[in-house]
Design a protein around this ligand. Sequence first.
Ligand code: ADP
Ligand code: MG
Length: 254
Amino acid sequence: MSDVMVDVRGVHKSFGPLEVLRGVDLRVRAGEVTVVLGPSGSGKSTLLRTINHLEKVNRGWISIDGELIGYRRSGNRLHELKEKDVLKQRTHIGFVFQNFNLFPHLTVLDNLVEAPVAALRRPRKEAVGTARRLLARVGLADKADAYPRQLSGGQQQRVAIARALALEPKVLLFDEPTSALDPELVGEVLDVIKDLARTGTTMIVVTHEIGFAREVADTVVFMDGGVVVEQGPPSAVLDKPQHERTRAFLSKVL
Ligand code: ADP
Ligand code: MG
């Protein structure tokens, strides 16, 4: 596949004696949405964190748009990149967390402007223009001067998504983006993600929202015990799961 955007090959990750990822393979094509499902503790967050090198891998490798993440190859050895180069790579990988992680002391607008100016050296005026356009896109044009604490959880998460987009990432990673929200606020955040899916943003979304997966995912990946148990289109994995562990999980969440 020539249009693979995210390539995860044979990734192993341990924390001390605990092997959390036990050989994960995953390929995400440009413009596609992959939804990752799996029980708590199956390694979903750790997988996302290895993709932007918040965690080092013990074995295997990850590339985005053909570029190794966190390492450079020399002969058949991998050498870890310097922190500065890792940070540069990370600007291409948007990450949206369960708990929003906005900068509380900055206005909504400045939350979106900070990284493009500091990390990408964009002129502030240009970054402000982009930020306003993105806030309009997530329906929050009127909140530019508010502080995060003045917003609902759903609004904060929409700001977090706009902030991630401000760096024009090659891929957006979402770790349970609606799990911390009151039920009535889940829909507005999923609607923003759906809109991104329609416009061809490459995304990996960890979520328990099965309806969302069915509607939006090109590929559903079911993880358990640090491995990908099965993957395929939603119609296969959700409606005709091949593995007992997938069936057992779906029977609990559906
Ligand atoms: P999930 O997101 O699927 O719930 P995680 O990737 O968060 O799973 O965690 C998988 C396992 O790894 C869990 O047993 C968790 O306790 C453990 N784990 C995650 N991060 C760390 C860490 N930094 N140190 C030690 N153990 C960790
Ligand atoms: Mg998790």
